[in-house]
Design a binder for this molecule. Structure first.
Ligand SMILES: *Cc1c(COP(=O)(O)O)cnc(C)c1O
Length: 375
């Protein structure tokens, strides 16, 4: 499936579409009769909505979520005609007609969005479908308590609209014992009673692992599809999806006492072999990783020393024999020995941020189950 790695790129990101499909199937198998959507916002968490969307559609996924209208407009034509693309942010004022023109489904997050969508249905003299989101305890998007109460007294509010789904979003689902998980569930059940009858959706990736109480008719995983661990502190049941490899540009032998890189932030304490590799913070290899993360040459761990530059990192390769690592060779930054969550933790962030920042300069190889790697 993969073409040969191009020597023009400093680093290669291998994305295993087979693993993404396997992860979707695993999640689907955990939710019984509920349907399993796929969240493809932010270009499928940086991995390429144009590749991930059709791969999941081929596996049978028919419900897709993105954040922005423009993301949805780009994604829709790549999917089968019967696939639904929903826009989490809903229509910004004045954009309602675009949703109709492109056959997209808005998530209505406020009374204002609801009213504007109903006004359009009235103007077009046709019924329009929509998702209604309620805020059950995150204070980010969705109808709040006051809006829900007002709606329950307003029989006209949904005239001309077809509520296809009622949804909410969990704030603390990755911490299974967090009391917010039960509190949000309770508010969600109560909120549904005040809205037109419709299927419901509450769970993101982590929410799926809270059990069937949180599944309703549809679950909306993102992160777990891309291999991130859905449950904090527990073994990760998802298949790894990405591998990041960078090429070595040069290797030098340094005497003890030689400062390396910007700010002379690291100095060799012994004679050292330093390899400079072609990845940096401009590629999403975060500056915070300097002095914290490692790369791997096969199974040998080599620490990144000194600061991360825009385009390069410096690696202490003293553990390898002279000549074992040479210009053009590849080292692993994310791969079998360290996954995205692990590297993210070293940078003081989460896998979601690490993934969505992975760079635009990489050569990207989309592989099947076996993946692909640099020679
Ligand atoms: C991003 C998002 C999801 C997916 O969440 P993951 O934690 O990545 O599974 C689901 N629903 C909403 C509303 C979201 O914003």
């Amino acid at each position: 499936m993969s073409g040969p790695a191009s020597p023009g790129a400093g680093a290669v990101l291998t994305i295993d579409l087979g693993a993404i499909v396997a992860n979707w199937r695993l999640l689907k198998s955990r939710v019984g009769r509920a349907d399993c959507a796929a969240v493809l916002k932010a270009d499928a968490y940086g991995l390429g909505a144009a590749q991930v969307g059709p791969a999941l559609a081929a596996a049978g996924c028919r419900q897709f979520f993105v954040a922005h209208l423009d993301e949805a407009i780009a994604l829709k034509p790549m999917l089968p005609r019967d696939a639904t693309v929903s826009v989490l942010h809903g229509p910004l004022p004045g954009s309602e007609a675009e949703f109709v023109a492109h056959g997209l489904r808005p998530v209505l997050n406020s009374r204002a969005q609801l009213d504007a969508w109903r006004a359009l249905a009235h103007r077009l003299d046709r019924e329009l479908g929509a998702i209604v989101q309620v805020d059950t305890g995150m204070a980010r998007l969705g109808l709040d308590e006051r809006e829900l109460r007002a709606l329950a007294d307003d029989r006209e509010a949904f005239v001309g609209l077809r509520v296809e789904l009622v949804m909410s979003h969990l704030a603390c689902a990755d911490e299974q014992a967090h009391p917010a998980n039960a509190a949000q569930l309770e508010r969600f059940v109560a909120a549904r009673r005040r809205l037109p009858p419709a299927p419901a959706s509450l769970a993101n990736s982590s929410g799926i692992f809270l059990g069937s109480s949180h599944h309703f008719e549809l679950v909306r995983p993102g992160a777990a599809l891309y291999g991130l661990a859905p449950v904090a502190g527990a073994p990760n049941p998802m298949r790894p999806v990405v591998r990041l490899q960078a090429r070595v540009i040069q290797v030098r032998e340094l005497p003890a006492g030689t400062p390396v890189g910007y700010g002379h932030a690291w100095t060799s304490e012994r004679p050292s072999r330093i390899a400079t590799a072609s990845v940096g913070y401009a590629d999403g290899w975060l500056r915070r990783l300097g002095g914290r993360a490692s790369v791997w040459a096969g199974d040998v761990e080599l620490p990144i020393v000194g600061r991360v530059s825009m385009d390069t990192v410096t690696i202490d390769a003293t553990a390898l024999p002279a000549g074992a690592l040479a210009a053009g060779d590849a080292v692993d930054l994310i791969g079998p020995n360290g996954d995205v969550d692990h590297v993210a933790a070293q940078a003081g962030t989460i896998g979601y941020e690490m993934l969505t920042r992975l760079g635009r300069r990489f050569e990207r190889i989309y592989g099947g189950a076996a993946g692909a790697s640099l020679p």
